[in-house]
Ligand binder design. Structure first.
Ligand code: ADP
Ligand code: ZN
Ligand code: ZN
Length: 699
């Protein structure tokens, strides 16, 4: 170094380092300026130059590397205020809690385009944004909402009482929860603060955006989800960070949006599994929202008609055996005269048996008659079946061949539209063979039923009725979902067949009958959350019916089942979520499952099931003493995942359970480096990937 040079400052920078380098903290660099934590920089990493975030120096590491070995920060992305301390704290917490690298977490939650830009490009973006903002100054005159119902007024009073404590707004579909979000937002906006509203799915954002925009015409509203172009996403993010956006609407990734003046966080449909990221850093946006609220002293409002049992338990008073962490606010009644539809549990064991050798009809006679009546009256029906395609499998009755996927341990689904066999796990698709590939028999037949077949069968059984369908196949093309929904709204469809996709959030005015055709599978699923999910889905589906007071008098929700006395259906009859939850919680408590225990899943993938299991076994053995020392940490033997092979990769998992969350966290933090080292050793035997899933949603 030349003597006249000003002294260089040592700065910590987090960059996205791959997992195999461990759970690294910030790396040390040198810079001519002292940089505030949260500043974005470009730094050399190996032979590349990458974007990083300035972080407070790791005191221990700083002493380790002498200055002579440090490289210099290449560029500072100027003009952008540093990311706030609360953002860093949230990212740091998430990385620690979900066992990921700090840099991976920090860079993952930034808009992807941010990572590509250099300072010049940056400046240009900022200039363009400021120009657009100057042209559209926004005004602050917001019209008033509808007069509150008595129930809504009481709920708002309760929320005001709760202060900064997280609240669970437990309200039936159509009880006016969204109106409550808007009222709360109104106050926060009036106080000059920003609102973050999260929804589970991209499909639901346009609807909500329209409603929010209508209510707050003078406000700047931005949305944030993976469906935006990179430029749009960066723009929304910048608007939020710079404090220009008043309201941010987004999916799970928006929980990490830096806000200059946070005032409220809303998580709508908080029970929805989409809030949990299913790969990479498997975070729960709902749980992080609660953490963030506490961190920033901002109220968090979780809303649902069927809360997750975790949130329900958290909102249950201690005196009732709950955790008493959240304030529970109930809104049981729907707005106006719209009652929930009457539930009809149809006992399939009593239905007339089909002639020998014939498959039973898709819908029992009674149900078909009820739908037919509605068609005649000009009302609509919604028939739910949670399985896409025509038939889940093709079968040769001569030799027993079935349409398995060569790459997965799963059947390929028959899609009649394009006569294809498609694997829903790896996507492998072929045309349907003319004859059995094994024995040449020409008579290979579909077994079972998906939405495509149900649509066909209903059209046959209800001559003259217009039958439509909404599922992921129909809506693959952009705009297709909107078009199909519009035709339902316009009354061009009498009977709509759909997967769970249609049960969520869409407001169908003229539907007076909802039927679940095959809901029993959830009763016997290996996943302990299957019943909870099914109950939520059926409640949500029921909520699609009778929203229009004119027709709600005779609305019905039909459930076809072989197990009519099952607690799930018995509680559904009276929409008794609390009863259902109480029964489930009792089971969970006895079994030592969440919310009475914390879980983590150690998952691994590799070339053979043996290699994967051997790794998991070694991984568990290595931490057994640790589990014993900490006490209360139970390690379960590795098992193949429910679909054990996908795209020629074998998968297995081992469950780790502990009654106390902090103890499990301590355990995972200490176990992680050992698992990492072992995974490197087992790479040669064919272990490709491994990961810890904290608070796993699918078992
Ligand atoms: P949720 O979000 O609980 O499903 P919404 O907020 O969508 O319920 O309300 C259901 C319907 O009732 C909507 O059409 C909404 O515009 C209407 N609504 C809500 N609150 C009121 C109110 N206080 N007065 C009149 N209509 C209302
Ligand atoms: Zn055959
Ligand atoms: Zn496959």
């Amino acid at each position: 170094m030349h003597l006249a040079d000003p002294p260089l400052h040592r700065v910590g920078v987090v960059v996205d380092t791959p997992q195999h380098s461990g759970l690294s903290g910030p790396l040390d660099y040198l810079c001519a300026d002292a940089l505030a934590p949260g500043t974005l920089v470009r730094v050399p990493l190996g032979r590349r130059e990458v974007t990083g975030v300035v972080w407070p120096l790791d005191a221990a590491a700083a002493q380790a590397l002498p200055e002579g070995q440090l490289r210099q920060v290449a560029e500072v992305l100027s003009g952008l205020p540093p990311l706030p301390a609360a953002w860093r704290a949230l990212v740091g917490f998430a990385a620690g809690y979900y066992q990921r690298g700090l840099g991976e977490m920090a860079l993952m939650v930034l808009p992807p385009e941010l990572r590509e830009l250099d300072d010049v490009q940056w400046q240009r973006r900022l200039k363009r944004l400021h120009k657009a903002l100057a042209a559209d100054p926004g005004s602050a005159a917001d019209p008033e909402g509808p007069a509150l119902t008595v129930q809504q007024a009481a709920a708002l009073a309760a929320l005001a009482q709760a202060g900064a404590q997280p609240c669970l707004l437990w309200g039936s579909t159509g009880s006016g929860k969204t109106e409550i979000y808007l009222r709360q937002s109104e106050q926060v906006l009036a106080a000059g603060r920003q609102v973050l509203i999260m929804v589970p799915e991209i499909n639901l954002t346009p609807q909500l955006e329209a409603r929010v925009a209508q209510r707050f015409p003078g406000r700047r509203i931005v949305s944030l989800h993976s469906g935006l172009t990179p430029a749009q996403r960066l723009r929304s993010w910048l608007m939020a960070h710079l404090g220009h956006a008043d309201i941010v609407l987004g999916t799970r990734l928006s929980v990490f949006t830096p806000l200059l003046r946070p005032g409220l966080i809303v998580v709508d449909e908080e029970h929805d599994p989409s809030y949990k990221q299913q790969d990479g850093a498997r975070y729960s946006a709902r749980d992080l929202a609660v953490f963030r609220g506490r961190l920033e002293g901002v109220p968090v409002l979780l809303g649902s008609a069927t809360p997750s049992l975790e949130s329900w338990f958290n909102a249950m008073p201690v005196a009732e055996g709950g955790a008493g962490r959240y304030v529970r606010v109930a809104m049981p009644a729907r707005v106006g005269d719209g009652a929930m539809p009457r539930v009809r549990v149809l006992d399939l064991s009593r239905a007339p048996k089909p002639p020998l050798g014939q498959a039973p009809p898709p819908l029992a006679q009674e149900l078909l008659a009820a739908i037919s009546e509605r068609v005649e009256r000009g009302e609509q029906s919604l028939v739910l079946l949670n399985r896409r395609g025509y038939a889940p499998v093709l079968h040769c009755s001569d030799c027993g061949w079935k349409s398995g996927c060569p790459h997965c341990s799963a059947w390929r689904v028959f899609h009649k539209v394009d006569r294809s066999l498609r694997c829903h796990h790896c996507g492998f698709t072929e045309r349907v063979p003319r004859a059995c590939p094994d024995c040449g028999n020409q008579d290979i037949a579909p077994v079972g039923r998906g939405t495509e077949r149900l649509e066909e069968q209903l059209a046959e059984a209800l001559p003259g009725a217009r039958v439509g369908r909404i599922d992921a196949d129909v809506t693959r093309h952009k705009g297709a979902l909107e078009a199909q929904l519009a035709s339902v709204h316009a009354g061009e469809v009498d009977v709509l067949v759909g997967t769970q996709m249609v049960a969520k959030g869409h407001d169908f005015r003229r539907i007076t009958l909802v039927a679940a055709v095959n809901p029993d599978a959830a009763l016997f699923a290996s996943d302990f959350r299957a019943a909870e999910r099914q109950f939520a889905l059926l409640m949500q589906a029921a909520g699609r019916a009778g929203r229009d007071a004119l027709v709600s008098g005779h609305s019905e929700m039909w459930v076809q089942t072989w197990h009519p006395t099952h607690a799930l259906y018995q509680t559904l009859r009276s929409y008794d979520y609390a009863g259902f939850a109480a029964q489930q919680l009792k089971e969970r408590e006895m079994a030592g499952l969440p919310p009475y225990a914390s879980l983590a899943m150690l998952r691994a993938e590799g070339k053979t099931q043996e290699a994967v299991q051997a790794y998991l076994q070694a991984a568990l053995a290595a931490v057994e003493p640790l589990a014993e020392a900490l006490g209360g940490v139970a390690l379960y033997p590795p098992v193949p995942t429910p679909v054990q092979r996908v795209a020629n990769v074998e998968r297995a998992q081992a469950m780790i359970e502990c009654p106390q969350r902090p103890a499990l966290q301590r355990f995972l933090a200490q176990a992680h480096p050992r698992w990492l080292a072992l995974a490197q050793q087992h790479r040669r035997s064919g272990v490709i990937r491994w990961a810890v899933d904290v608070d796993p949603l699918s078992i």
